[in-house]
Design a protein around this ligand. Structure first.
Ligand code: 4NP
Length: 153
């Protein structure tokens, strides 16, 4: 069992998209039993009194356009205890890596990665919060998830 935590700043756009896209790929590959998949935020911005925000509506729309549902997903913040509960922490951009490392108290076992690092276009996932371009973000995340699935298990 490989336990994967996808991470972004708010857990309402990029990392929920990665969680949902990766889970769909795993299901379609018939590999459900091999993975436990989740996503979380480095920021507490989208969690109020323990209740997380739903996935941002433009992200929901782009997922729906690709036949995927974000129903039920609520934002959660990454916590220090997660370090022992997951094998890989897959970040959407370099600032997520820095912030996740701070929250997790370092990365002694080398579990932190950038999603795009396993593609031919290493770097950050295009951030739709600033670009408004959810299709490009989807394309980046889909490519990263496909390469990630090929490379693990
Ligand atoms: P995400 O997008 O990190 O992909 O979920 C963002 C969500 C919220 C904010 C920034 C990015 N924000 O500044 O509140």
């Amino acid at each position: 069992m490989v336990r994967i935590m996808f991470i972004c700043l708010g857990n309402i756009c990029r990392s929920p998209m990665a969680e949902i896209i990766f889970r769909d790929m795993v299901e379609k590959a018939g590999r459900n039993e091999e993975f436990f998949i989740a996503s979380s935020a480095t920021s507490s911005e989208n969690v109020w009194n323990g209740v997380g925000a739903e996935v941002y509506s433009p992200a929901k729309k782009i997922l729906a356009r690709h036949g995927l549902s974000a129903a039920g997903k609520r934002a959660v913040q990454l916590s220090p205890a997660d370090y022992g509960k997951y094998d890989l922490f897959i970040c959407m951009d370099a600032s997520n890596v820095r912030n996740a490392r701070r929250i997790l108290g370092g990365d002694p076992e080398g579990k932190l990665r950038l999603l795009m690092s396993c593609t031919d276009r290493p770097g950050d996932v295009s951030d739709p919060w600033y670009t408004g371009d959810f299709e490009t973000a989807y394309r980046d995340i889909e490519e990263g998830c496909r390469r990630l699935l090929d490379s693990v298990g």
